[in-house]
Design a protein around this ligand. Structure first.
Ligand code: CP
Length: 327
């Protein structure tokens, strides 16, 4: 678990003067290292509370609108579980075809409607920039749960909390993080690469040629003076990697299915490949996976991707408590 984040109190009264009260969470660019220490401190406390008492009343009476225009298992259900663990309740809209969106209602009108019934809105939408549009329309906090190929900031926070928890905060500086797979369409790696620039890390990118990390992300990373390099083969840099972050090739974002087929199984992590990796390396994946990590890797203690999902629950509990003025 984290060794040094602050351990903030979790006040049970309203506290509208806390720094994150009423704030939107749209991009990882909003955070600095102090914020991360704070969030991870709260997430650590949430973990302890869930272990000790399961569900408690920190957000009793609060309502989350969980609005998903794209499929989701983890993000949707972990926000839902987070709100229920905190004693609040949820309006789940996981299939917009059964909402007034199917009648042509705009995103702005939809969030304006939902905020009449809720205190906070979690939004996943296929268009980049949609979370910002929703935040401009709404007066209640909007949490970006993925905006097209743009960002997935709460995923990046849970990814970093996973690294903190698995390897220890003191060890983030100096780590080599290798991102593998669909770096073009994978919004999780866009957010994580930017968030990692707050630390003294080295970033490696391994992808099919047509799915390279976008120039704008690489420019943001370069601006912060973080070393980064692109590779065509994983074998070359796996032995020096501390965190291997694997992503799925995002079939749904390809215009031409033949292009997807050409790159679908270009990189596969299996036990043989894992023999090249350090004993202390961790493998992460935002999930869902398709073929990029074989299931016989799951029993390797270095496979952190299922633990990563659980860390997400605690981070999302922390974020909900923060924007509702309870942490
Ligand atoms: N990691 C992630 O965003 O998973 P879901 O698409 O299942 O929410």
């Amino acid at each position: 678990m984290p060794t040094s984040p602050q351990s903030p109190h979790l006040p049970f009264g309203d506290n509208i003067h806390t720094p994150w009260y009423g704030k939107d969470i749209l991009s990882v660019k909003q955070f600095d290292r102090k914020d991360l220490d704070y969030i991870f401190g709260v997430a650590h406390e949430m973990h302890g509370m869930v272990d000790r008492i399961g569900t408690f009343d920190l957000l009793k009476g609060k309502i989350l609108a969980n609005l998903f225009y794209e499929p989701s298992t983890r993000t949707s259900s972990s926000f839902h579980a987070a709100m229920e663990r905190l004693g609040g309740s949820v309006i789940p809209i996981n299939n917009v075809k059964f909402s007034s969106v199917s009648k042509g209602e705009s995103l702005a009108d939809t969030v304006r409607s939902l905020e009449c019934y809720s205190d906070v809105i979690v939004l996943r939408h296929p268009e980049m920039g949609s979370a910002k549009i929703a935040a401009a329309a709404a007066s209640k906090p909007i949490l970006n749960a993925g905006d097209g190929v743009g960002e997935h900031p709460t995923q990046a926070l849970l990814d970093l909390f996973t690294i903190f928890s698995e390897l220890g905060e003191g060890e983030i500086d100096g780590l080599t993080v290798t991102m593998l797979g669909d770096l073009k369409y994978g919004r999780t790696v866009h957010s994580l690469a930017r968030l990692l620039t707050l630390y003294d890390v080295k970033l490696n990118y391994v992808s099919p040629d047509i799915l390279k990390m976008p120039a704008e992300v690489m420019e943001d990373v370069a601006e912060k003076g973080i070393p980064q390099a692109e590779y065509a083969s994983l074998e070359e840099i796996l032995p020096e990697t501390d965190v291997l972050y694997v992503t799925r090739i995002q079939k749904e974002r390809f215009e031409n299915p033949a292009d997807y087929k050409k790159v679908a199984d270009e990189f596969i992590i299996d036990p043989e490949m894992m023999q090249l990796a350090k004993e202390q390396m961790i493998i992460m994946h935002p999930l869902p996976r398709v073929n990029e990590i074989t299931t016989d890797v799951d029993s390797d203690p270095r496979a952190a991707y299922f633990r990563q999902m659980e860390y997400g629950l605690y981070v999302r509990m922390a974020l909900l408590a923060m924007v509702l003025g309870k942490a």
